[in-house]
Design a protein around this ligand. Structure first.
Ligand SMILES: [Zn+2]
Length: 161
C-alpha cells in the first residue's frame, strides 16, 4: 500500500496518478485539493475534455469546486507542462495529461470524437524533414480531420466528384 501523505486525507477518491503528482512536485506545484481533484479527473479521462466537462466531472466528485477554479487551474497546469491543451477545429480548448505516451489525433468532424494514434513512419518522416531543413525536432503536433467513410456527408462529397 502506498504510504499516505502527511497532509490530511483527501476526501473520496480525488487522487491524481502518481506520475502526475510527481510531475507537480518536480515543477514546484503544490497539490491543493482543487488541483488534486482536477488532476484526478484528467488521470481518469480516456478522452479530451474541455474545461466545462472537467468541471462537470470534478463537481461530481467534490461539490466545492467552481468553474472559474477549473479554468484557472487548467491554465496553470498547462503553463507548467503538466496538462496539454489542444485547440482542435471546434475551437474549444480541450485538455489531456501531458505525461501520456506521444500520440497524434484524428478528429471526426461530424461527431467531434477524437481518436489517438501512433505511427512510426510519420514520426521518422517528421524527424527527417526537420533535419533536412536544418533543425533538431523537439516536438510536433499532427491533427487529422475526417468524416467517417460510411457517413452520408462523405457519400455526398464522393458523388460530386
Ligand atoms: Zn490525446
Amino acid at each position: 500500500m502506498p504510504s499516505p501523505s502527511k497532509d490530511a486525507p483527501a476526501p473520496a477518491a480525488a487522487a491524481p496518478s502518481p506520475a502526475l503528482a510527481e510531475m507537480c512536485c518536480e515543477k514546484g506545484i503544490r497539490l491543493t485539493w482543487q488541483r488534486k481533484l482536477i488532476l484526478s479527473v484528467l488521470s481518469d479521462a480516456a478522452d479530451h475534455p474541455d474545461a466545462e466537462e472537467i468541471y462537470r466531472r470534478a463537481h461530481r466528485k467534490d461539490k466545492r469546486i467552481s468553474l472559474s477554479t477549473v479554468y484557472r487551474t487548467v491554465s496553470l497546469l498547462q503553463e507548467a507542462g503538466i496538462v496539454e491543451k489542444h485547440n482542435f477545429r471546434d475551437a474549444t480548448a480541450r485538455y489531456e495529461r501531458a505525461d501520456a505516451e506521444h500520440h497524434d489525433h484524428l478528429i471526426d468532424v461530424e461527431s467531434g470524437r477524437v481518436m489517438e494514434f501512433q505511427n512510426e513512419e510519420i514520426e521518422r518522416l517528421q524527424l527527417a524533414i526537420a533535419r533536412k531543413l536544418g533543425y533538431r525536432l523537439i516536438s510536433h503536433r499532427l491533427e487529422l480531420y475526417g468524416v467517417p467513410l460510411k457517413s452520408a456527408r462523405h457519400k455526398k462529397h464522393a458523388s460530386q466528384d
